[in-house]
Write a protein that binds this ligand. Structure first.
Ligand code: BTN
Length: 286
């Protein structure tokens, strides 16, 4: 039997109140600092534990949550990765999802993923990490190891884009032992790469600040310059890669990134092809 609506609403209200009473200090600092931003300045929902911040942000967006609504979790029990994969999200990492309602951004939600990757890369530059790059289509690397994953999920009503939920997962201070055999080859965290603990609120605030900048720039001035910046930070280009498409492996070299976010690849004996993120199940270095 379904729970009556008033019961469901009471549960949600109680959970939100409990959430704010038990908020850790870093969330209170983040809440305070976010008030300095424009578009992404408020509407922070924090959960100690949640199934997935993506699902929670989508639930809020479907109830009319404003653009900039942010869901952050201490840990996720069913973190979502690309292509239905699980994203391990232990305590100590930064797991957050943002509701976006772009008015003048055409060309697919993978472009939002690329813009968000650029924001993460620029943020890690600010924290003096070396050799930070984008692995097309949705990863951020330190050296050759994955430190962050991005996921954009768009919801349409008819042909109209209703909202996009952008998920950002960054391995900050969370343990990454066992990731390699798990689902992420060559994973790293900010703690492993720097040897010290990073402040979650500072990482979150820097990423959201950079993201707000590129998101507004994209809507005001278009994507040409930004995608060229993305290309400049994409280490996949020039590398031999193996794409999994429809369960089959394709050995190619990544040769370019187009302004619409497609990756241009070329096989030794085949013509070049332009690949969209949704065309592939997996990409690994060859
Ligand atoms: C990937 O690399 O496959 C994308 C991973 C995206 C993980 C983030 S963590 C915050 C948000 N909530 C989720 O359930 N997934 C995204």
């Amino acid at each position: 039997m379904k729970a009556p609506l008033y019961y469901a609403i009471a549960c949600v209200e109680r959970r939100e109140k409990e959430g704010s009473m038990t908020e850790p200090k870093w969330i209170r600092r983040l809440r305070f600092n976010l008030s300095r931003l424009g578009l992404f300045k408020g509407h922070l929902h924090y959960y100690t534990t949640v199934a997935s911040t993506q699902s929670e942000a989508a639930r809020l967006a479907s109830k009319g949550a404003e653009e900039g609504t942010l869901v952050v979790a201490g840990k996720q029990l069913e973190g979502k990765g690309r292509c239905g994969r699980r994203w391990r999200s232990d305590a100590g990492g930064l797991w957050m999802s943002l509701v976006l309602k772009p008015k003048s951004l055409t060309g697919g939600s993978h472009l939002i993923t690329l813009l968000a990757s650029l924001s993460v890369v620029r943020s890690l530059d600010r924290f003096s990490f070396d050799d930070v790059s984008i692995e097309w289509p949705n990863d951020v690397l330190i050296g050759v190891s994955k430190v962050a994953g991005l996921l954009s999920e768009a919801v349409f009503v008819g042909s109209e884009l209703e909202y996009i939920v952008l998920g950002i997962g960054i391995n900050v201070n969370n343990p990454i032992e066992g990731f390699q055999s798990d689902f992420m080859r060559n994973a790293t965290s900010l703690r492993e790469s720097s040897g010290s603990i990073s402040k979650l609120d500072e990482v979150a605030y820097t990423v959201l600040g950079n993201l707000e900048g590129v998101y507004l720039e994209a809507q005001r001035h278009g994507l040409v310059k930004l995608i060229s910046d993305v290309k400049g930070r994409t280490s996949t280009i020039g590398k031999d890669i193996v794409l999994t498409i429809g369960g089959k492996e394709l050995h190619v070299k990544a040769v370019d990134l187009l302004p619409d976010g497609r990756l241009v690849v070329k096989g030794e004996k085949s013509d070049s092809q332009n690949i969209l993120p949704e065309d592939i199940e997996r990409l690994r270095r060859g």
